[in-house]
Design a protein around this ligand. Structure first.
Ligand SMILES: Cc1cc2nc3c(=O)[nH]c(=O)nc-3n(C[C@H](O)[C@H](O)[C@H](O)COP(=O)(O)OP(=O)(O)OC[C@H]3O[C@@H](n4cnc5c(N)ncnc54)[C@H](O)[C@@H]3O)c2cc1C
Length: 393
């Protein structure tokens, strides 16, 4: 696909070919409207800035799990308290550590197979407007400035999104809510390949957590996120360096990445005339876990379908139903996860140790994530009700 072969106008233009963009493009194209997806990078899915953990159930809604994009199959979590107490939590349903480079590619192929056109190295740098309604994009491609019109733009341009702001949507995020993350992929490391490890406490990852996610073949993603406030006084990189020198000295490092995770509830408005926002750009990340792959795909699916329906019914006001549809499916749950996150953020190391210690008294087969949060928040009855709403306890 070259820009000369593109149409001058599409029903829908999707900006960004991450999981949210590809799903928006796929579900829109499946409804028979014309879709163009533009990606600024050379490759779809690269560079990868992600721990790559997902639940099996989460991705199964979109794609059949395939070993070509699964680096490790997870059957338990190991939560490590500040004093080293380990809490093993068997998972009812498997999790995966993805090979996102391949996974994102497969999602984009789904969009292409549904009829979407895709162009990489296409950097969107502005929006077109007609009568105060978004009516297309400006982009730079191979050193030339171009314009392509569309009835609807879907902004799927990730955490550093600017497209929504250009449309006048408030996209500001408080410093404290942007988790500052770093991660290395390390080889020749001895970790259980079926276990995701989470470390907590003020010395490893205050107002966040530290993770080791196995990546198959004696390798692992090792990283952490700390709130923007913490990052001001000690960087995520310094926490990572400290952890590595204490626990895994001189391990071969295959990749190093840094990035932000918007650990916050969804933007107040995610649609405006002629435009909707999906994925990280809309802050559709689970604020408690920081996971945004599956929730972004869900946002993309809902947004892509509604955008296509709006085109087909020639009723662009239908776009404005997207906010409610998202909130009903996941946005409201994210509000609860955000409350839980804020309640546990302030826990002292001593409190975290006590929670871990009490939880180890529960027999292995009776442990669930919901029970863990119930143990953690036992003195906070108003939140316990919320815990019950989002976790099977
Ligand atoms: C360190 C780290 C670890 C993480 N670990 C996990 C995890 O284990 N599990 C999980 O579920 N989530 C994790 N996340 C979050 C997850 O990576 C994101 O939530 C997910 O990638 C969001 O998908 P998206 O499609 O919204 O955005 P992205 O995947 O960021 O895709 C956005 C795309 O838009 C493109 N783009 C941006 N601007 C433009 C433009 N102007 N023109 C054209 N293209 C543009 C970008 O190049 C990019 O390809 C992690 C994030 C970080 C930083």
């Amino acid at each position: 696909m070259n820009i000369d072969h593109l149409n001058k106008e599409y029903d829908i233009i999707v900006v960004g070919a991450g999981p949210a963009g590809s799903m928006a493009a796929k579900f829109a194209a499946e409804k028979g409207v014309s879709v163009l997806m533009l990606e600024k990078d050379r490759d779809v899915g690269y560079p990868v800035r992600c721990g790559e953990a997902v639940s099996k159930a989460g991705i199964e809604e979109f794609i059949t799990p395939d070993e070509k994009f699964i680096a490790a199959v997870i059957d338990k979590f190991c939560m490590v308290a500040p004093d080293g107490t380990e809490v093993i939590l068997p998972l009812n349903e498997a999790g995966y550590i993805l090979e996102r480079r391949i996974f994102d590619y497969e999602l984009a192929k789904q969009a292409a197979n549904a009829g979407a056109e895709i162009l990489t190295r296409a950097y969107v740098n502005g929006l077109l407007f007609e009568n105060d309604k978004v009516s297309g994009v400006k982009l730079e491609y191979q050193g030339k400035q171009e314009e392509i019109k569309s009835k609807i733009v879907i902004a799927a341009d990730g955490v550093e999104s600017r497209v929504g702001r250009w449309a006048g949507i408030k996209t500001h995020i408080d410093f404290r809510d942007m988790e500052s993350c770093v991660q290395i992929t390390v080889s020749n490391i001895d970790v259980d390949q079926d276990t995701c490890y989470f470390y907590f406490g003020k010395y490893v990852a205050p107002e966040g957590y530290f993770w080791i996610f196995p990546k198959g073949n004696s390798s692992a993603n090792i990283g952490l996120g700390v709130s923007g406030m913490i990052g001001k006084s000690k960087s995520a990189q310094s926490f990572l360096n400290d952890f590595m020198s204490k626990n895994y000295q001189n391990k071969p490092i295959l990749t190093q990445i840094a990035g932000g995770v918007p650990s916050v509830i969804t933007l107040e408005k995610i649609s405006a005339p002629g435009i909707i926002i999906v994925g990280d750009a809309a802050r559709q990340v689970n604020p408690l876990s920081g996971g945004g792959i599956v929730s972004g795909m869900i946002g993309g699916k809902i947004g892509g379908k509604i955008a296509a329906e709006a085109v087909r019914s020639n009723d662009l006001d239908h776009l404005l139903t997207y906010d409610k549809a998202w909130h009903d499916r996941l946005g409201k749950r994210h509000e609860i996860f955000d409350k839980i996150k804020n309640a546990i953020y302030g826990f002292s190391d001593e409190k975290l140790n006590n929670i871990a210690y009490s939880f180890t008294k529960i027999p292995l087969e009776k442990r669930t994530l919901g029970k863990l949060f119930r143990t953690a928040l036992i003195n906070n009855p108003s939140i316990l009700i919320d815990v019950a709403k989002v976790f099977v306890v």
